[in-house]
Design a protein around this ligand. Structure first.
Ligand code: ZN
Length: 453
């Protein structure tokens, strides 16, 4: 603020004595500070999206100012307190939700997870929205947790506020480590499973919907979650028909009455005349019967060329005036109007319309866990319900909605939570090859024989 008032006019004034100049500036600053708030309450203010520029606010509502690299966006102060993020304008209920979402969401307080390549405990727990302080406590106190191996199983329970209550790590069927919260610290104990893992096959038929019927057949929420995640790119579970069937092969181990370890070895879903398989490989991932990946790959950027990031992802961005946390849930790319915007993955367009703050915007759902949004577009080239492929031109970038300069605002949501699209771990789809493929094909034969109706 002070810098703007110390304009050339003030510096080149008639005061001979420099102290008078300083005094004059001070008086103006103080007066300005007192008067500024009430004066601006009903006026428009500029909110810099650049986190470094957060404290700079201009007193002139008519000329947009660019601070450093920052993209400055206009926010009407009347709605500032309730609607500052560009994405908050997306009405939640427009995106079709169903029971599958609830399972994949973090509403399920107990999660079972099989470690796969590239996983770190910290990243896994962050992805599931576990309280960061708990993650820190656990991983710094128990350094051995850095030794998780591919295929090992971990499970944890959180309370409704995402605080970690217990965490268990199955090193082998005979060696289970339990970390229980006591006070604000975690205490380690170990358990020996008394059971022998047993293969069981669970059979079911669609009578209402997959989740309900899978539950009725005896599958746990986390087992259902594993199935819907593994097959999310091949099969739309909402399109299963009454009379379709499923078979699930599990290796379950009991510790007393508690299910201490469960591994989903394979699943077969019969949709009409088509069969869908997901078979667990030694790397802890699921593949189809030919060893091809079930995962979907994403590209990092929704543009054909790299563009400068004018404002980064910042979930804790503070509004300079209200002092409230007003997250920037995406990344802004500085691109000129008319730049082609590309879908980062295969998916279905769920929203393609104009909205006040987001301007022309598109939301694409990729499988069950991922969603991307593209805002301030000049022209939308797709329609809701349309299937798009990775790299498809979906729009031309622009400057529509609450935006004062041409840019593309891009968001990535995993499990309905915005994440930093530039750093989030994205699925890579690689099939099995060589020795591991041969071993897998042999395993498939055995598992397939147990999955017959
Ligand atoms: Zn933005």
């Amino acid at each position: 603020m002070a810098q703007q008032i110390k304009s050339p006019n003030v510096e080149k004034n008639n005061f001979k004595n420099p102290y008078f100049s300083v005094l004059g500036v001070l008086v103006i600053v103080i007066l300005f500070t007192i008067l500024w708030r009430p004066l601006n309450l009903e006026r428009t203010v500029y909110v810099p999206l650049n986190p470094q520029a957060e404290t700079t606010v201009t007193d002139n509502p008519r000329s947009p100012v660019v601070v450093g690299d920052g993209q400055i966006e206009m926010v009407d102060s009347k709605s500032a307190s309730k609607q500052l993020t560009e994405s908050s304008d997306i009405p939640e209920d427009e995106i079709a939700k169903d029971e599958l979402d609830d399972i994949i969401d973090d509403k399920d307080n107990t999660v079972q997870y099989t470690i796969s390549r590239g996983d770190t405990l910290h990243d896994i727990l962050i992805r599931y929205n576990v309280n960061k302080n708990d993650i820190y406590q656990l991983t710094t106190k128990f350094k051995q947790l850095a030794n998780l191996r591919i295929g090992q199983q971990i499970s944890w329970t959180t309370d409704d506020a995402h605080n970690l209550q217990t965490f268990s790590w199955t090193i082998s069927s005979n060696n289970i480590r339990i970390y229980e919260k006591s006070g604000d610290k975690f205490v380690e104990s170990s358990e020996t499973a008394d059971g022998v893992p047993q293969d069981i096959v669970i059979k079911g038929e669609i009578k209402s919907n997959f989740v309900a019927d899978a539950r009725k057949s005896g599958l746990t929420s986390s087992e259902i979650g594993i199935i819907t995640r593994a097959l999310q790119w091949r099969l739309d579970f909402r399109r299963l028909q009454i009379g379709d069937k499923f078979l699930v092969l599990l290796s379950r181990e009991m510790h007393g009455k508690r299910l201490s370890n469960s591994q989903l070895l394979g699943v077969r879903i019969k949709n009409g005349s088509k069969d869908y398989y997901a078979i667990l490989a030694d790397d802890g991932k699921y593949y189809d019967v030919n060893g091809a990946s079930l995962a979907q790959s994403f590209v990092r950027y929704p543009l054909s060329k790299r563009a400068r990031v004018s404002s980064g992802f910042n979930p804790r961005r503070l509004h300079p005036i209200t002092g409230q946390v007003t997250p920037h849930n995406g990344v802004d790319f500085a691109v000129s109007r008319g730049t082609p915007v590309l879908s980062v993955g295969n998916g279905e367009v769920v929203i393609a319309k104009y909205s006040g703050s987001a301007g022309n915007y598109i939301a694409i759902r990729h499988g069950r866990q991922y969603m991307t949004t593209y805002m301030h577009l000049d022209k939308i080239l797709v329609k809701p319900g349309q299937q798009v492929k990775q790299g498809d031109k979906i729009a031309l970038s622009g400057n529509t909605g609450r935006s004062t300069g041409p840019h593309l605002h891009f968001e990535l949501h995993i499990n309905n939570k915005p994440v930093n699209p530039l750093t989030a771990s994205l699925p890579i789809s690689e099939g099995l090859t060589g020795k591991s493929k041969n071993a897998f094909i042999a395993k498939v034969k055995n598992i397939k024989s147990q999955l017959s109706f």
